[in-house]
Design a protein around this ligand. Sequence first.
Ligand SMILES: Nc1ncnc2c1ncn2[C@@H]1O[C@H](COP(=O)(O)OP(=O)(O)OP(=O)(O)O)[C@@H](O)[C@H]1O
Ligand SMILES: [Mg+2]
Length: 334
Amino acid sequence: MDDRAEVAESLARLGLIGAGERPPMTPLAGGVSSDIYRVDLASGPVCVKRALGRLRVAADWTAPRERADYEVAWLRIAGAVEGVQAPAVLAHDLGAKLFVMPYLDPERHPVWKGELAAGRIDPAFAARVGRAVGRVHAATAGRPEVRRQFETADLFDALRIEPYLRAAAQAHPPLSDRLRALAARTLAARIALVHGDISPKNILVGPAGPVLLDAECAWYGDPAFDLAFVATHLLLKTLWRPMHAPAYLQALDALAEAYFVEADWEPRAALEARVAELTPALLLARVDGKSPVEYLTEASGRDVVRRIAGPLIATPAPTLRAVADRWARGLEDG
Ligand SMILES: Nc1ncnc2c1ncn2[C@@H]1O[C@H](COP(=O)(O)OP(=O)(O)OP(=O)(O)O)[C@@H](O)[C@H]1O
Ligand SMILES: [Mg+2]
């Protein structure tokens, strides 16, 4: 049975279509780890996402399909947080690892990555991203019932720690001890509900602000990871579109400051120190890990990352702003 027939069967089980009905389905772009379709029901379009067992990346990479269930749980929790937008879960087929959300029209909900690439870099929007991420963390910090729903350390290890931090450790023996210690410390944290994939390609620019998508890596762990992860993306964008480098750095600053306003569960200095340690590690991982960033095609760009990130891993900076400053200076020296 092909994928679409399976999706149709699941939609029939969920009561969204009749048995044997085959509504029009259009595959959406992206979808490294899932099949994702626009499905035109009689009542209007919906978006259907189904987790794949094998990711569509160059390296052999499998991941348990249960991550769809954690994504659903994250979307429900985050979507209920004041001031945070995530697609509503309209239906969830546990057996098929599939769920249904409203279809968000790309005309009115462009992907943030595309906006950033085109030079439409709004620091106020970046601040709203930081605020939303911070609010999810603040709303879930110290909540054992949320923690119990996301016993996903093994998944997070397989999707984030191993392919990023430990893979970078393997590629850089002189930094290996530090990166492995960082991996172990991060994996042991149980502080708040982490999204795990806060990247501009997983954020839609909606008419009412950012819409957060793609929570397959959800984990109850170290919130510093989310800020470090999105910081990594914004810093790498400066190599992708050098003409917009100052605007990307400004957006990062706005995002981080808005984030820290929400971060009320622990002292800023402690949280920020972990962000400042994770960020260079993730930068290096996007060059020498299992999931290299697709737009750094030139060896020179990858060398810039190694040259800036390496010393910051060996001797961490205390704040994210210090990391960003070192990055900006490193670009000038490049
Ligand atoms: N509810 C939705 N409405 C409309 N488009 C959507 C919706 N959800 C996701 N998309 C589109 O599909 C793309 C992929 O979605 P998502 O990131 O959730 O899937 P994924 O398989 O995890 O992707 P990837 O692994 O590439 O990040 C998004 O970038 C967006 O363009
Ligand atoms: Mg995605």
